[in-house]
Design a protein around this ligand. Structure first.
Ligand SMILES: [Zn+2]
Length: 266
């Protein structure tokens, strides 16, 4: 069996002291490849550096999270474009819209999102998308750009059936996290999971965030790690009434195809 974690924030400070051990633990749990999320220009450069240090195992995205959209200016675009041209960088993003906290003004978020979709189209690489409480604007912007995009995944999907159907109609893939494992917040997702076509589903931990609530025993640190991805896979397989082996096989194949990943080192 092999698993691929399409969203791990391994540049996060909480991994500073034991990052290599975290990657080794992931591999020993058959999480053989991980995509390190870039959420700012500097963070994306750090994600690329990390990917280069672990060739064939780690890959990176290059982008600016909507929280940091106001920090992105036109003068930064050449740097993002350069990052996106690197072979270890497999997607544009994380980018999108987040009106839940509005840490950047909406106009700045919309501008940064448009820019990054243009860069994605230019690079012919897929987009790693973030959306929270901004569905209408998000879908409207995506519709404008969709035909030029190589592909896209709506990461950490937690929304409802209408949102899911609109994403699928736009040809998006869907990233599922340990949110599913929360018996209160994730109950609606359990019901929605069988509606996701097997060819569109991918798995991610969003580590160090979103430690699965039903994990037992929980790590003292409460830090989520990529080694818990098979736990999320088990919840997905159960919700869809399929075997763990099947779930691992098709979610890995989907991630490998979208992000053009090489075969994993066993
Ligand atoms: Zn996100």
């Amino acid at each position: 069996m092999e698993w691929i974690d399409i969203g791990a924030n391994l540049t996060h400070d909480s991994f500073k002291r034991d990052r290599d051990a975290v990657i080794e633990r992931a591999r020993s749990h058959r999480v053989l490849q991980l995509i390190v999320t870039g959420a700012s220009v500097a963070g994306s450069a750090a994600a690329l550096e990390l990917a280069r240090a672990h060739p064939g195992t780690l890959f990176a995205t290059a982008g600016v999270h909507p929280h940091y959209a106001s920090q992105l200016s036109a003068a930064d675009l050449p740097a993002l474009r350069e990052l996106l041209s690197q072979p270890e960088v497999v997607a544009s993003g994380e980018c999108g819209l987040d009106y839940n906290r509005n840490l950047s003004p909406r106009e700045a978020q919309l501008r940064a999102f448009e820019w990054q979709l243009q860069l994605a189209a230019e690079s012919a690489k897929p987009v790693f998308l973030h959306q929270r409480d901004a569905h209408e604007d998000f879908v409207a912007v995506l519709r404008e750009h969709r035909a030029r995009l190589a592909g896209a995944v709506a990461h950490c999907f937690t929304a409802g059936q209408r949102e899911l159907e609109e994403y699928l109609a736009l040809g998006l893939s869907v990233g599922i996290t340990g949110w599913l494992c929360d018996e209160r917040r994730g109950a609606h997702l359990q019901a929605l999971l069988p509606r996701i076509p097997a060819g569109r589903l991918m798995l991610e931990t969003d580590a160090p965030y979103l430690l699965p609530r039903d994990l037992a025993p929980k790590p003292d640190s409460r830090r989520n790690e990529p080694m818990f991805l098979p736990h999320i896979g088990a919840a997905v397989a159960a919700a869809r009434g399929e075997s763990l082996e099947h779930c691992a096989a098709y979610t890995s194949a989907n991630a490998r195809a979208l992000f053009a990943l090489p075969a994993a080192r066993a």
